[in-house]
Design a protein around this ligand. Structure first.
Ligand SMILES: NC(=O)c1ccc[n+]([C@@H]2O[C@H](COP(=O)([O-])OP(=O)(O)OC[C@H]3O[C@@H](n4cnc5c(N)ncnc54)[C@H](OP(=O)(O)O)[C@@H]3O)[C@@H](O)[C@H]2O)c1
Length: 327
């Protein structure tokens, strides 16, 4: 098959669509012909050599895909060759084929394109896991989502809104801010022109928020802590703004705050299946009826994966960037 391979012998680490060995599939796995995959921020770090795949995972980039089942391993139940599916992957999505443990599969809803299916798993599982399972977000609570126009942010806004929460976000351009409002954010702040701490304090009459999902880290810590209500929860999913910071432990105690760190990729298949099960139980009907939908920024042919990654690296995307693998 063909796959995108990082040319590690060149300084800029270009990506090339080239022949590689086909994946094998074991008992309990299916082989899928990939029609579309999607970019994630982690792909940029992996390409740069800073984010190796977890043990046992493919070293090909790509954390999700949508396609058709091409073959079934032994002991696979409930699926047949030809079924349209999408799935979260620990790696291997930028390719023509991938092996997937069958409990990780999700059926592609009728009428959905493979591009839509490829846009779903990683950011919706991440937003679901961190907002609801890790931070325990509940109906009626207020949540602040940084990076509101990112793939994860656009999923998180919709999930939190449909769960009956008030959603505030930050984003870096006026266009991003406007799109976040359309998706359901009550307050969307351009952090480049406005102080998000002051804006949220003013908007909530000083009350602040119950939960924050943060991908910025160190440079936002002080502001985030100022905004959390008593019993507030702050969940870190990335450190785009640095990972070393000073912390006022007295404030943490007085306000009874919870600081949570979380990653999805290295978790076991069993944990990921449980995240999938809970996400589908709560939100699948809303995806089927179109209330919630993956936000697609752009679609590139897989051979143009480098151009697609440049768009992400320049923070230009709103939602997901898709790579089309087959017609
Ligand atoms: N922990 C996990 O399990 C997990 C899983 C998936 C993703 N993630 C992380 O979640 C984040 C979003 O992922 P994604 O794939 O959805 O990313 P994405 O679509 O590339 O969006 C990331 C956005 O973050 C903003 N940003 C970049 N650098 C920033 C900085 N220094 N300060 C403030 N904002 C900055 C940019 O938007 P603006 O223009 O608004 O600044 C950028 O578009 C990534 O950092 C990713 O690594 C974590």
């Amino acid at each position: 098959m063909k796959a995108i391979v990082v040319q590690t012998d060149r300084e800029e680490r270009p990506l090339r669509w080239q022949e590689v060995p086909d994946p094998t599939y074991a008992a309990g796995e299916v082989l899928v012909d990939i029609y579309a995959t999607a970019l994630n921020r982690a792909d940029l770090a992996q390409r740069a050599g800073n984010y190796p795949p977890p043990p046992g995972a493919s070293d090909i980039l790509g954390l999700e895909m949508a396609g058709r089942i091409a073959a079934l391993g032994a002991e696979v139940e409930g699926w047949k060759v030809g079924d349209r599916v999408c799935a979260l992957l620990p790696g291997g999505g930028y390719a023509e084929r991938i092996n997937v443990p069958y409990p990780m599969l999700m059926p592609l809803p009728a009428g959905w394109s493979f591009e839509q299916g490829a846009a779903l798993p990683e950011v919706f599982f991440t937003a679901y896991l961190n907002l609801f399972m890790e931070a325990g977000l509940k109906e009626g609570e207020t949540v602040l989502i940084h990076g509101g126009a990112s793939g994860v942010g656009t999923a998180g806004i919709q999930l939190a809104r449909q769960a009956g929460c008030r959603v505030f976000v930050t984003a870096g351009t006026e266009e991003k801010v406007a799109r976040c409002r359309e998706l359901g954010a009550e307050l969307a702040i351009n952090y480049k022109t406005d102080d998000f701490v002051e804006r949220i304090k003013a908007h909530t009459g000083g009350a602040g928020v119950d939960v924050i999902m943060d991908m910025v880290g160190a440079s936002y810590l002080e502001g985030n802590l100022q905004l959390l209500k008593t019993y507030g929860r702050l969940v870190f999913i990335a450190t785009l703004g640095g990972s070393q910071a000073q912390l006022n432990l007295g404030l943490l105690m007085r306000q009874r705050l919870r600081l949570i760190g979380s990653v999805l990729r290295p978790r076991s298949v069993a944990e990921k299946v449980e995240i999938k099960r809970r996400f589908m139980e709560q939100f699948w009907p809303l995806l089927l009826d179109g209330t919630i939908t993956p936000v697609i920024d752009s679609v590139y042919p897989i051979e143009q994966a480098m151009a697609a990654q440049e768009r992400m690296a320049a923070n230009q995307n709103i939602g997901k960037i898709i790579l089309k693998v087959r017609e």
